[in-house]
Write a protein that binds this ligand. Structure first.
Ligand code: 2NL
Length: 344
């Protein structure tokens, strides 16, 4: 029996030596150490041995089993190391391959347009000043010559937090606040971009939340021709040097006189087509000379100072510039829409 065990050991060690893969090794383990293997068999047959033989054979069988297991473990480590070595040698990185493109984000179309408009006015000496979106009735309406009960308040119905606090309906209150805060009443030349809110039903051209950019220039001797010159520059820089502007009389409670500005249609150059509804002109923004009462409420003497102001919707500017047909595209964040303008 001793010889049988010794032979088994030699045979198993030989097989371990010959194994060239983890699978071979596993087969050796099952064949020699498994439940149906020869060593288990020897141990099972121990009952038939004499009392003297039993511990000797038992010890030897355990030793043989230990030696085989150890040989398998060692060989396993060797094979694994060799496989890793082989993998490292084979799987080298080809640094000359082109990289995988990493998808990058970009500014939202509305952000790009607002920044373009800001840069344009900064170039003409305007400062960017922002104000709160949650406003008081005073700054949103009163200070802009829209007293309680004024019919124009209806058109700017808003979301009220209390009777006196609301979501602003335009960015004008930011300008009124800025004028108010200037203690030495020096000239003001600012633009004010930001979100505004109105109680409105959303459709292709209306949204209950949208953005505005307003401009204000208050100084001595500011005239309507200054307004026209600044807006003409804006229109040409934004839409093309071949564009003309035209001012039409209009009404805003905070300006007197008030105007609406159109730009010539680039499709028909003033001839009349479907883009401009056959008029040759496209409405871009509203403007006017700051109402003397608005100046006075902000602490500027209307006998000494005058000013112009204008307001526009960046969504509308972007829609005209890029032919966007639905204002809701700006807010629903469909990446297929937004991606088209990452270079804009
Ligand atoms: C429009 C018209 C306008 C103003 C905004 C303004 C601000 C102050 C004083 C006077 Cl502090 N006016 N802003 C003036 C005229 C028109 O906006 O259609 N916006 C989209």
């Amino acid at each position: 029996m001793k010889e049988q065990l010794q032979e088994l050991e030699n045979e198993a060690l030989q097989k371990v030596e010959e194994a060239s893969s983890l699978k071979d090794l596993q087969n050796v383990r099952v064949a020699y150490l498994g439940k149906k293997g020869p060593i288990t068999e020897v141990l099972r047959g121990m009952g038939k041995l004499s009392k003297e033989e039993r511990p000797v054979i038992g010890e030897l069988a355990n030793k043989v089993r230990g030696n085989i297991a150890e040989a398998i473990d060692n060989k396993k480590a060797n094979i694994e190391a060799a496989e890793l070595e082989k993998q490292l040698a084979e799987e080298t990185i080809d640094v000359t391959l082109p990289g995988r493109p990493v998808p990058t984000g970009g500014p939202h179309l509305l952000t790009s347009i607002v920044e373009e408009i800001e840069d344009l006015f900064i170039g003409m000496g305007f400062e960017v000043r922002e104000g709160p979106e949650v406003e008081t009735d005073y700054y949103n309406f009163e200070a802009l010559n829209l007293p309680k009960g004024h019919p124009a308040r209806d058109m700017q119905d808003s979301f009220y937090i209390t009777e006196e606090i609301l979501l602003r309906t335009h960015t004008s209150p930011a300008q009124a606040r800025t004028m108010n805060a200037i203690e030495d009443k020096r000239p003001v030349k600012m633009i004010s971009p930001g979100k505004v809110y109105r109680r409105d039903t959303d459709d292709a051209t209306h949204s209950h939340q949208f953005t505005q950019i307003e401009g204000l220039y208050v100084d001595k001797n500011v005239r309507m021709s200054d307004l026209k010159g600044v807006l003409d520059r804006f229109a040409k820089q934004m839409f093309g040097e071949d564009r003309e502007i035209r001012l039409r009389p209009s009404f805003f409670p905070f300006t007197e006189p008030s105007v609406e500005m159109d730009i010539s249609c680039k499709v028909c150059h003033g001839e009349g087509c479907s883009v401009c509804k056959k008029t040759g002109w496209i409405e871009i923004l509203g403007a006017g000379m700051v109402h003397p009462r608005v100046l006075e409420m902000a602490g500027y003497d209307p006998k000494v100072y005058s000013g112009f102001a204008f307001g526009m919707g960046p969504e509308r500017i972007a829609m005209l510039k890029f032919g966007v047909d639905d204002i809701r595209h700006f807010y629903t964040n469909d990446i297929r829409f937004l991606k088209q303008y990452h270079q804009a």
